[in-house]
Design a protein around this ligand. Structure first.
Ligand code: BDR
Ligand code: CA
Length: 314
């Protein structure tokens, strides 16, 4: 058996973040979750760190180390997404307050210390929210940049363009300066943009499958998706909701589910109109150096089969 891959999940739960965390914690043979770092995003930091602990407890993993990180983007005021995720960020089922502790250390210090302590090229970062914690760690400790194995993140869009503005995806829009630092870092990056996540859509059959497992985690996933489906159905006229963030973890477990192109991606930080846009050179029309594997497609059936199999284990 191979050694599980060491990962740090950086997150702003968010129902889809929650499903991603459950998927990772349900996969200990493949993934060793060194810690989960919370960042402000979908809702403010006090809620994202609390929600992270709620989800770890739901997974039956109260020993998971959870850290609280940056409460605002590097250079801007925080923009949140209660209109999608509800007031708590995890609206839907009523969840008990967590009893597991929050670690004393700041998330950024944890990321820095972990990358310094572990052998180079053995820790993968999995950002599921704005990139504030990761970029702050890179700025504060440039020596860790070369030690990161890979960054697999949810953010951006090319063909789907934007979901928070006509030109930008939420995670990148909230902290474009952070995104710029990360995309310029030279670390190998895999991007799960809206182009992919809008193909990882729930539907009635897929949601009912979760409910039928008979475990608490399955029921919660069904109720969370019930809640945030209403927003996407209204907005896109789609059958269900995109499970954005679980695509990141699914990629670590089964990379063959995804396909894309290794291209250059630049982040717009100055234009008011297109702030946070991920300018991906999908068609190779510039000579800019490719810096990211930008995914374009997912085998949705395979993705949900994996998710079902893992959530049923919890
Ligand atoms: C991203 O923004 C958040 O609302 C989701 O959790 C996901 O990470 C999608 O644009
Ligand atoms: Ca998220």
């Amino acid at each position: 058996m191979s050694i599980p891959r060491k990962i740090i999940i950086d997150t702003d739960p968010g129902q889809d973040d929650a499903v991603a965390i459950l998927l990772a914690l349900a996969s200990p043979e493949e993934l060793d979750v060194l810690g989960v770092t919370a960042v402000a995003g979908n809702v403010p930091l006090p809620l994202t760190q609390k929600n992270t602990r709620i989800v770890c407890e739901l997974a039956g993993k109260p020993d998971t180390k959870v850290f609280s990180g940056c409460d605002a983007p590097i250079a801007r005021k925080l923009v949140t997404a209660e209109h999608v995720h509800g007031k708590t960020g995890l609206d839907g089922p009523v969840m008990p307050d967590p009893t597991m502790p929050l670690q004393d250390q700041h998330a950024v210090d944890f990321i820095i210390d972990t990358l310094r302590a572990e052998p180079a090229g053995t820790v993968t970062l999995c950002p599921l929210g704005p990139l504030t914690n990761i970029a702050t760690a890179f700025e504060r400790a440039p020596d860790i940049i070369g030690k990161v194995q890979e960054i697999v993140l949810m953010g951006g869009a090319y063909f789907q363009v934007g979901n928070i503005t006509p030109a930008a995806e939420f995670n990148i829009y909230v902290d474009p300066e952070a995104a710029k630092i990360v995309f310029a870092s030279g670390v190998p990056i895999v991007v799960m943009p809206l182009d992919v996540t809008h193909k990882a859509l729930t539907n009635r059959v897929r949601v009912e499958a979760f409910r039928k497992f008979g475990n608490e985690a399955g029921r919660m996933v069904a109720e969370w998706t019930d809640f945030f489906e209403r927003f996407d159905k209204e907005k896109y006229g789609s059958e269900g909701a995109p499970l954005h963030d679980p695509c990141v973890i699914a990629y670590l477990l089964k990379p063959d589910l995804f396909s894309g192109r290794h291209v250059n991606v630049e982040i717009e930080t100055t234009s008011e109109l297109t702030l946070g846009m991920t300018v991906a050179d999908w068609w190779g029309v510039t000579d800019r150096t490719p810096n990211a594997m930008f995914m374009g497609d997912v085998d949705a059936e395979g993705f949900f089969a994996l998710l079902n199999e893992r959530i049923a284990r919890l």
